[in-house]
Design a protein around this ligand. Structure first.
Ligand code: M6R
Length: 610
């Protein structure tokens, strides 16, 4: 959570940093601030609320400054306020922080006992005072860091500015992400490469337990013991236009509309369209000893967890592996029955989710092989895993996951087909049939998007709901869970997802004439079971909105509304299409309710603290 960015070079930096914060705002938007050094002075501006609230104060920064850093906050310690906004600084030094200092209370009490007074309620301010105490003794920042870093517990990516060393910035990485961007006679840092893409292609990724000094000439890196580290640069050639709204009103809508094209490019990466055969090169299996693997264990959070639920169904039916799925936040604190015969697969769009990352470390410590299914290249989770399989969905900026979720489904499907081929659990004919169906997805996805007017119209009738249920069975169970999450995240309407078969075990008590139930009812092998659920809801006067596949005259007669989805005789691909309908439904409900679709309250895109 929180985004940090900094610059040192010859450009005027206040606006550059502000624009970088715009790209990082998806990481947190409770407050923002920028500090620069110019003429031997540190100048800071900050404001509670979204980044735009900082704009009127930007004139307070010297335009000529060419060294500075900025922060956009997701509040952990202390409410969103001007005082708690970063950077935190006295005249001599300034600090920005992403993470949590877990032992800040003890440190704060010690500092107060020494006579230090605090201006904010943040955990970050203890770092500032520990640093200032050293600098006041004449210690260099480098030596001060070697002394104070071992005192800090928790997660902390830091940017540090010292008035007496105005041609350098110091960076620290422990637990939260940090990347250095190397330009020509200029150096940047940020929480992720996205805001740096317009300026540089070469990046240094710091590891946990490292700190760096950057100047316009580049970076020097040490570990916390003071031993200098060699850092090879990696090259990334992302298209910076991919991170723009490109004419859409919201990133979320743009990302929903990118799906047909994204599916096409995923399919052509993994499928030889001429021979209708699977390409195994990009599945991340080269570094996995498959002969050792007896079972799979998915770990993930949020939407990625729901995608992994679909993954379990796929892995059990196609490559026929025993497979578990677990919330990373539970897995990391259990004693799961795993070992060298388990392949732990971490699913994460950002590759930075703290619980998922900790789960990978835990699995490695238990001797498991680990594989990341991630979107953001070189992020922490793939770097921590033995191997990585990249989704290549392009940047996802909207806080509510859309294209990354369906990309996870598609990539898990392709991955399971790859495993099935290697394990000989699918006949050549069956595999060929799966591959032929895959090719149908992009045009059907485009048809799903063409439903948007109907969906937007129905969404108008849904505006004043306060709570609702989502139900589905089989693959559609995970889609019901994801549909409920999407609606609640961005519209703030309470939605709960249930397996259809669970209705009678409790939730049916909620059914009455005002309750809306969104039923995901494709024409699959569980269709009749879902019809039985629908009848039970109707018998209790509940209202039903059905997400169908193709035309369904029966449901059209029995339900309050039918949102029709293109039909395909493949449960995983049908799940992708149903999910696209629910994404649009959530989007239009939120839009009509006037909520902030791309930056819903209290959320952040990348959950880098637990
Ligand atoms: O980056 P990750 O896929 O690891 O993120 C996991 C969740 O935080 C994420 O899916 C979250 O639930 C989204 N807001 C869902 O829309």
């Amino acid at each position: 959570m929180c985004g940090i960015i900094g610059y040192i070079g010859s450009r005027s930096c206040p606006e550059l940093i502000y624009q970088g914060l715009e790209k990082l705002e998806y990481r947190g938007y409770d407050s923002a601030g920028i500090a620069v050094i110019s003429s031997g002075q540190i100048t800071t501006v900050k404001a509670a609320g979204k980044l735009a609230r900082l704009r009127p104060f930007m004139g307070g920064l010297p335009a000529a400054a060419h060294i500075g850093m900025g922060h956009t906050r997701w509040a952990t310690h202390g409410e969103p306020s001007d005082e708690n906004a970063h950077p935190h600084g006295e005249a001599g030094a300034s600090v920005i922080h992403n993470g949590i200092i877990e032992n800040y209370k003890e440190l704060k009490l010690e500092l107060i006992a020494q006579g230090v007074s605090f201006k904010s309620e943040t955990d970050t301010e203890v770092i500032l005072h520990l640093l200032l105490a050293e600098l006041q003794k004449g210690t260099s920042v480098h030596m001060a860091l070697l002394k104070l870093l071992p005192q800090l517990q928790g997660a902390f990516s830091l940017g540090i500015m010292n008035r007496d060393e105005p041609e350098a910035l110091y960076l620290v990485k422990q637990g939260s992400p940090l990347v250095i961007g190397c330009g020509k006679d200029e150096t940047f840092f940020a929480s992720d490469p996205l805001p740096l893409i317009p300026y540089c292609q070469h990046f240094l990724f710091l590891e946990d337990g490292e700190f760096a000094r950057i100047t316009r000439a580049g970076a020097e890196v040490w570990n916390f013991a003071g031993v200098q580290q060699e850092k090879p640069a990696v090259t990334m050639d992302w298209d910076s236009a991919a991170a723009e709204k490109n004419g859409f009103n919201h990133y979320m809508l743009k990302e929903i509309h990118e799906q047909p094209q994204m599916f096409s490019s995923t399919i052509s990466r993994h499928l030889d369209l001429h021979t209708n055969s699977l390409i195994l090169d990009h599945l991340g299996l080269d570094k996995i000893d498959l002969a050792q693997v007896k079972r799979l264990h998915f770990v993930a959070c949020g939407s990625a967890y729901y995608a992994a639920l679909v993954g379990k169904y796929l892995m059990e039916t196609l490559p026929q592996f025993p497979c578990d799925v677990e919330l990373a936040s539970e897995f990391r604190y259990r004693e799961p029955f795993i070992g060298p015969d388990t392949l732990v697969i971490a699913v994460s769009q950002s590759g930075e989710t703290a619980d998922t990352l900790a789960s990978v470390k835990y699995a490695r410590a238990k001797g498991c092989q680990t594989l990341a299914l991630c979107n953001v290249k070189f992020s922490s989770i793939p770097r921590e895993c033995h191997s990585a399989f990249y989704m290549e969905a392009g940047p996802e900026i909207g806080v509510a996951s859309t294209k990354a979720f369906t990309s996870m489904l598609l990539n898990l499907y392709i991955f399971s087909l790859g495993l099935a081929r290697l394990r000989h659990t699918l006949s050549a004919e069956a595999l060929a049939q799966h591959l032929s169906q895959l090719k149908l997805l992009p045009p059907l996805a485009a048809q799903a998007l063409a439903q948007d007017k109907n969906i937007a119209t129905y969404a108008l009738q849904f505006l004043h709901e306060t709570h609702c249920l989502f139900i589905g069975r089989g693959f559609s169970y995970a889609i019901a869970l994801e549909g409920a999450l999407k609606l609640k995240e961005i519209s703030y309407i309470h939605g709960e997802g249930y397996a259809g078969g669970e209705l009678k075990h409790g939730p049916i008590a909620l059914i009455e004439k005002s309750l809306a139930v969104i039923a995901v009812v494709p024409r699959d092998k569980l269709y009749d079971k879902m019809l039985a659920n629908i009848e039970e809801i109707r018998a209790r006067k509940g209202r039903i909105i059905a997400i169908t596949s193709g035309n369904d005259p029966h449901l059209a007669q029995t339900c309050e509304a039918v949102l029709s989805c293109p039909a395909i005789d493949n449960p995983c691909l049908q799940a992708v299409l149903s999910s696209m309908i629910l994404q649009q439904f959530a989007y239009y409900v939120a839009l009509h309710r006037g909520t902030d679709v791309d930056q819903p309250r209290n959320l952040a895109k990348s959950v880098t603290v637990e």
